[in-house]
Design a protein around this ligand. Structure first.
Ligand code: SF4
Ligand code: SF4
Length: 431
């Protein structure tokens, strides 16, 4: 980071000493995980820049915007519609945290057997190291899994202006009605926060902006179907992670540029790993920055990751909002239609998710699926049984991984993942 952001962090009420420790660890991990990769697309230099300024320039942008009266809305879940936030001239940022930081503090408020995502969000808040949380004028929680739902009741004690959105657990007509009413209620809350009335024109513009971002991510996803894979899973995951922090228009331009470069690579038949490298699809819990452990283990064990069935990935970004409606009612309906399709494991039954994993595995020509569940995450851990059973019917092998943010199990994970990859590695003579 070039500039001195310490006065800004102090003003945000951050603990500079603890924050220095976090940034040191983050910088080192980024160097080891990303900058050490070979044949990275040149366009990834944009992501390197964004990450080097993720607590600096981007936070300055947010706070410069706040100084002009704009608001920042922090979210923990892809069910929160970014379009409504943008339509009120506010800025939407993801707050999920992927590091084992402040867990000791978090465990004073939460049971130890709470998933890492929740503990990390609490840990970041309690140790005052997250400038995004500190910059948020409203934080939106949702009633998805029980852990989150109940944790927000405590989070309200340590974070001002927590808004709770109810998410149903089934997908029947009555559930959709509840979901729709919650979207209208959220629209009103954002209007109240910002003092901006969301008109049809404003919402249309926001829908197009977010659709364009998703189109760029879909374009990237489809390019990864090629063998040799033109980009690593690690870099693709990073792109999907940054999608939650960056300015959407600038981000979309940068990702489309990377896609142009990847198309060039594909024409030249070049990629990040040799043709016939074993191909893996990751499926399961979202991976927030800096949770790069599992993809790193996979891609240093002789495989390439070709897709993420995850909220930080295709589950969160697939499906566009219909841009045809011109009235606010029609646009809200289109928005609700799109978001109600998200197949998070908190829903029951949730056949759509399994169908999607199978279609992704086929489309991206994955040899196998690695199912990732965070320790103590009931929805994804329990659902993995049904996913494995369905994949088996299609002859797709699956490895179940349950882990947390600590690095203690890396050796054990590597052994299991290498053995899994060996089961579908093609012998060199068959190429
Ligand atoms: S996994 Fe479920 S609860 Fe978590 S971000 Fe995705 S939709 Fe939200
Ligand atoms: S990882 Fe699982 S337990 Fe944790 S917040 Fe997400 S759905 Fe809930």
């Amino acid at each position: 980071m070039a500039a001195d952001y310490r006065p800004m962090w102090t003003e945000l009420g951050m603990d500079l000493k603890a924050h220095d420790a976090l940034l040191d660890a983050l910088g080192k991990a980024y160097q080891d995980v990303f900058l050490s990769q070979k044949v990275r697309p040149e366009g990834m230099s944009y992501l390197d820049f964004v990450m080097s300024e993720v607590h600096g320039l981007r936070i300055k942008e947010l706070n410069d915007a706040r100084a002009t009266g704009r608001k920042v809305v922090g979210t923990f879940c892809v069910f929160v519609p970014e379009e409504i936030v943008l339509a009120a001239d506010a800025i939407c940022v993801g707050l999920c945290a992927g590091a084992e930081f402040g867990f000791e503090e978090a465990e004073k408020l939460l049971p130890r057997n709470t998933c890492g995502l929740i503990k990390s969000a609490f840990g970041f808040k309690l140790t005052k190291v997250c400038p995004y949380t500190q910059s948020s004028d409203m934080v939106v929680g949702e009633t998805t899994c029980d852990g989150k739902k109940k944790a927000y009741e405590i989070f309200k004690d340590i974070q001002p202006n927590v808004y709770i959105m109810e998410i149903p657990q089934m997908k029947n007509t009555a559930d959709r009605q509840l979901f729709a009413s919650e979207y209208w209620r959220f629209k009103e809350a954002v209007e109240k926060l910002t003092g901006v009335t969301i008109t049809a024109e404003r919402l249309k513009k926001a829908i197009i902006t977010v659709n364009n971002k998703r189109k760029a991510l879909h374009r990237l996803a489809l390019l990864r179907a090629t063998d040799p894979a033109p980009i690593s899973g690690l870099d693709s995951l990073l792109i999907n992670q940054v999608a939650f922090y960056d300015d959407p228009v600038r981000f979309t331009g940068a990702i489309n540029k990377i896609c142009d470069e990847l198309e060039g690579r594909i024409k030249q038949n070049s990629g990040v790993a040799p043709k016939h490298t074993p191909r893996v699809l990751i499926s399961g819990c979202p991976m927030s920055v800096p949770n790069w452990k599992l993809p790193l283990v996979i891609e240093t064990s002789g495989a390439v990751i070709v897709g993420e069935e995850s909220c930080v990935g295709e589950r969160g970004q697939r499906n566009l909002v219909d841009e045809k409606p011109h009235t606010i009612e029609g646009e809200m309906e289109a928005l609700i239609d799109r978001y109600f399709k998200i197949d998070c494991a908190v829903f029951t039954p949730n056949q759509d998710r399994t169908d999607h994993i199978i279609s992704m595995a086929k489309e991206y020509k994955a040899d196998g699926v690695i199912h990732y569940a965070l320790q103590f995450c009931s929805p994804y851990t329990v659902e993995s049984y049904l996913v494995e059973k369905e994949l088996a019917k299609h002859g797709i092998p699956m490895l179940k991984i349950e882990t947390d943010y600590s690095m203690e199990d890396v050796g054990q994970l590597k052994t299991r993942i290498e053995a899994f990859i060996e089961t579908f590695r093609q012998p060199a003579w068959s190429h």
